[in-house]
Design a protein around this ligand. Structure first.
Ligand SMILES: CC(C)(COP(=O)(O)OP(=O)(O)OC[C@H]1O[C@@H](n2cnc3c(N)ncnc32)[C@H](O)[C@@H]1OP(=O)(O)O)[C@@H](O)C(=O)NCCC(=O)NCCS
Length: 186
């Protein structure tokens, strides 16, 4: 049940290398609850080990990737995260957007996305792109609601005998100051 608006319930802050353990925990709990059945258990393990390896997270946090943490206002507990980086010319790429299952459908992802689009626009990019699993109906519903449109699809080998079978989506930032949402942006 939604309690108040996302602005009442959540806040966000930049992540630091001190947050690596909590990012890994939130990622693992979210992946196992949300992706089981969508991709194999073996692929979940493989991708978690690869994408959330402490050394990789450390390099990202100290490099060009911008990490944002979603925190509950009441106790500052981490409830989700987003990560973006410059990508292709004018476009930035949203690499990660995760909200822990205990905290979904409270506007947390929209709050994070609004913060990301402000940063991306401020950095001079005119579009935000992402890839999302073609079977990820919840995320697809979220991204469409936020104003992303599908640009195509890609099937990419990621090693270990696994593939990522994704849609490529894009949000134009040229007209809007942020994602298409009826919520007040902070
Ligand atoms: C997709 C995800 C990030 C959405 O996070 P969230 O905090 O629950 O999303 P919000 O509360 O901000 O949702 C905003 C709107 O998006 C849409 N939406 C979000 N989740 C939805 C769902 N499960 N089904 C249908 N629509 C959904 C709704 O329109 C929602 O507004 P409403 O709650 O007023 O109806 C979250 O479900 C998640 O972390 N999933 C697992 C990880 C994942 O797939 N990430 C994307 C990787 S590409």
């Amino acid at each position: 049940m939604r309690q108040g608006t996302s602005d009442d319930y959540f806040d966000w802050r930049p992540a630091t290398t001190d947050d690596i353990p909590v990012v890994r925990r939130v990622a693992a709990e979210t992946w196992w609850q949300c992706y089981r059945g969508m991709i194999s258990d073996g692929q979940i393990r493989y991708m978690l080990d690869w994408m959330y390896a402490p050394e990789l997270l450390r390099r990202e946090l100290q490099g060009l990737v911008n990490w944002l943490l979603l925190v509950r206002r009441v106790d500052r507990a981490v409830a989700g995260f987003a990560a973006w980086a410059p990508h292709d010319g004018a476009a930035a790429r949203l690499h990660k957007l995760y909200v822990h299952p205990d905290h979904q459908r409270r506007g947390g992802a929209m709050l994070l996305l609004e913060a990301v689009t402000r940063q991306v626009t401020h950095a001079g990019h005119s579009a935000l792109t992402l890839t999302v699993n073609r079977s990820n109906d919840e995320a697809l519903a979220f991204y469409r609601r936020a104003g992303f449109v599908c640009q195509g699809q890609q099937c990419k080998e990621i090693g270990g005998g696994f593939v990522m079978d994704d849609y490529v989506m894009a949000l134009s930032l040229e007209q809007a100051a942020g994602p298409a949402t009826d919520r007040k942006s902070g």
